[in-house]
Structures are given as C-alpha cells and as structure tokens.
Design a protein around this ligand. Structure first.
Ligand code: 5RP
Length: 229
C-alpha cells in the first residue's frame, strides 16, 4: 500500500524548512552564524536547525519569540552587535514575487527581520507556494510606526493610495505600533519601499525589495519550487 503524502499547510512549511537546511548545511562551519526569522515557517526552520546545531557557531534572532525558541533548543544566540557578519538569513514571507521581492511583517517582526537580513550574506526565503504572487499587495502591507505618529503616517499612506488599518493591541518588540495598509498595488516595490521609509514616524515598512531574497524554496503539492531573482 502506498503511503499518502500529506500536504497540509504545516507539512508544506516543514518541507520548505527542510529544503533550506539542505541548502545551507554544506555551507556552514564552526564559525558560521545563522540569522533566523520569525513566524510559523521560521519556527519549522528552527526545529530543523536544532538537528545540525553542532555544525555552526551561533544564531542571531529577529524577534524575542525566535530568541526563546532557539535558546529552548540549546542553540547559542548572539546579539547582532556581537556578530558583524552572518553567513545566511532564513525567514518566511507573507508574499513573494518572481523577482524575490517580498511583503513581510505579518508577525510584526519586520524591523528586526530587515536588520538581521541586512547583516547577512544571503537571504533564503521559505514558504508554502500559496505565498507566490504575480504582484505584491493583496496581503496588507505592515508598517512599523512610532506611536505618536500614527495619525500623521496614516494620512501619508492614504495620500499614497492605501487604506491603513491600525493593528490594535499589537506592540512590537521595539515598543511601536503596526499599521496594515490595504489596497496598494505594489508594482514598483523598490520605489515604494524607499518612499514609505521617507515618511516621518515610519520605523520600517514590510516591503523587502532592497533586501529581496537571493533564493526562495516554496513547497507545494508537487514538491519544492526554487525561485531566484
Ligand atoms: C513575521 C514575518 C513572517 O515571516 C511572515 O509573516 C510569514 O509568517 P508565516 O511563516 O507564519 O506564514 O514577516 O514578521
């Protein structure tokens, strides 16, 4: 009897995480530092990473939640200031296009994710293949905002054609709030990323175009699809 292959969302996330492990494992050595993202797919990656923790030096976390999970597996976690160069950063995404531009921040960790990604030589994105889109923007764009600037930033986002909604009750690891911007068609991600960053009060926005992924492993019913810009 053939065993049924399960394609639940959780299985797909785990398969994407395993693909990332197969990709990075041969590149790691005892001095390597691995940047780790945040979210349910990143959690699968952390669980897989634990099995090869003896093959690299340490990790840098993109959130308090990720820090806790890494530490619980006995993986040594460094402050980014103690790790000037990371070999690789592995993280999920809310949306990704064929050029490996992404929307991130569904888990409100976008700022630290962007910082840790910027310190890494390579960004590996892992996701189930429902995250692959022809054009970014169906997923509401998360923006981390200094609390006192909420109204000011919201008005600027309306002027850009979006409909910002305050993610009430959510405070980021950095003590800020999140606005989720609906209704944007992000056909020029690099341009819009820079434009939103220029609004006073914006800490970071969830467009990852300046730091697009170098490679994405997207798990679907027929296996892993590798996307490269
Ligand atoms: C967190 C993120 C996550 O990578 C993104 O939300 C995807 O999460 P998940 O793997 O749970 O679908 O950007 O800020």
């Amino acid at each position: 009897m053939r065993h049924a292959i399960s394609h639940s969302q959780d299985d797909l996330k785990r398969q994407a995480a395993q693909a990332a492990i197969s990709y990075i494992a041969p590149k790691l050595d005892s001095k390597s530092i691995v940047g780790v993202g945040t979210g349910s797919t990143a959690n699968c990656f952390i669980d897989e990473l634990a099995a090869i923790k003896h093959t690299f030096d340490a990790a840098v976390a993109s959130s308090e939640e990720t820090h806790k999970r890494l530490a619980a597996h006995g993986i040594s976690v460094l402050d980014l200031n103690a790790a000037p160069r990371l070999d690789v950063y592995v993280d999920g995404a809310d949306e990704i296009d064929q050029a490996c531009n992404m929307i991130k921040g569904g888990g409100a960790a976008l700022t630290r994710e962007k910082i840790v990604a910027a310190a890494a030589d390579e960004f590996v994105c892992i996701a189930d293949d429902s995250k692959l889109v022809p054009c970014l923007g169906s997923f509401p764009l998360p923006i981390e905002v200094i609390p006192m600037a909420r109204g000011l930033v919201a008005r600027a986002l309306v002027a850009l054609g979006g409909n910002p909604i305050w993610r009430e009750g959510v405070i980021t690891d950095n003590g800020n709030i999140i606005l989720d911007v609906h209704g944007l068609t992000i056909d020029k991600p690099l341009e819009l990323e820079a434009r939103i960053n220029n609004v006073a009060g914006v800490v970071c926005n969830g467009i990852f175009a300046q730091q697009a992924a170098n490679v994405a492993f997207l798990a679907g019913k027929s296996g892993i699809t590798t996307v490269k810009p």
